[in-house]
Design a protein around this ligand. Structure first.
Ligand SMILES: Nc1nc2c(c(=O)[nH]1)N[C@H]1C(S)=C(S)[C@@H](COP(=O)(O)O)O[C@H]1N2
Ligand SMILES: [Mo]
Length: 293
């Protein structure tokens, strides 16, 4: 039976049966973060924390919303390190502490939208990806950045059923990666990221579809060629490389014209570039808008 809660999300999706204890243990491990600044990019109401931290896709744990909460109990986000590879002056393996230390976290309130047609307003805690990239001194021929998610079958049961080609990969063009709206997030709602949202470090690109926001990053690589992403390899008609929110281009099974904000009853009209067009559209001048999805 599907019981709709006050937020409009089926309660069965919010708290899968039998996981109350595990979630309580897990949430107790979250640490409050020191937040240095704030950027609010929307006046829309925040999506409730409960929905933000439980309703989402993380296929390494399973293909249902909530599987990362249900099956994420064994996942260890510490210790953590990130390999920096490819066309740059300072490749190497950096601990999470090395990565985060020079970058004060700020709160970024962003609208987010999934290809599947749901959207949220999320208070991320992160820092500009550009600040991190500059530290590694990418060379002039580094035109793209490729990101890779950790793959630990022992801790991530979804990896044992290979619906996707793991490890999960994503990519950005260098100008997209350097754009001031693009952040790496280490927290949400003022606390360290829960497993479900990509602990301990994930990408957030608010003008693109949710799939571009790769979680639990262990590798960042600078390349001269456009990388493919895991979803693009799986189905290029649904998941383009650019992944820019484009309400004019439907996928084979989802119209992208409207969206349902979690917690709302009526559908909203989806905005080009998820409403961030005034800040990002110039990066795509001269490109065929049909190819930007
Ligand atoms: N590693 C990894 N990252 C991922 C996914 C995934 O399955 N694996 N799903 C993506 C998709 S399709 C969406 S919509 C967002 C959802 O999570 P969020 O609400 O925390 O951004 O994560 C993205 N990042
Ligand atoms: Mo998504």
């Amino acid at each position: 039976m599907l019981i709709k809660s006050a937020t409009g999300i089926a309660s069965s999706e919010i708290t899968p049966q039998g996981t109350y204890m595990r979630r309580r243990d897990f949430l107790a491990a979250l640490v409050t973060l020191p937040i240095a600044g704030r950027m609010v990019t929307t006046t829309d109401a925040l999506t409730p924390k409960q929905a933000v931290t439980t309703y989402g896709n993380f296929y390494e744990f399973g293909s249902n919303k909530g599987d990362s909460v249900k099956y994420g109990g064994a996942f260890k986000a510490t210790p953590w390190s990130v390999a920096i590879e490819g066309l740059c002056a300072k490749p190497g393996t950096y601990t999470l502490e090395d990565i985060l230390k020079p970058h004060p976290l700020e709160e970024r309130i962003y609208r987010m939208r999934c290809v599947e047609g749901w959207s949220m307003v999320i208070p991320w805690d992160g820092f500009p990806l550009s600040d991190l990239i500059k530290r590694f001194e990418p060379s002039a021929n580094a035109k793209y950045v490729e990101f890779t998610t950790v793959a630990r079958p022992q801790e991530m049961p979804g990896l044992r059923r290979p619906v996707l080609d793991y490890p999960y990969r994503e990519g950005l063009r260098m100008d997209e990666a350097m754009h001031p709206l693009t952040i790496l997030a280490a927290g949400v709602y003022g606390e360290t990221l829960p497993t479900a949202n990509g602990a301990p470090l994930r990408l957030v690109v608010p003008w693109k579809y949710g799939y571009k926001g790769i979680k639990s990053i262990v590798k960042i690589k600078f390349t001269d060629r456009q990388p493919t992403s895991t979803w693009q390899d799986a189905n290029a008609d649904y998941y383009g490389f650019f992944g820019n929110v484009n309400p004019a281009v439907p996928t084979p099974s989802y119209s992208q014209a409207t969206e349902r904000r979690l917690g709302e009853f009526f559908m909203r009209r989806t905005l080009p570039f998820n409403g961030y067009g005034d800040q990002v559209a110039s990066m795509y001048a001269g490109m065929d808008p049909k190819k930007l999805f």
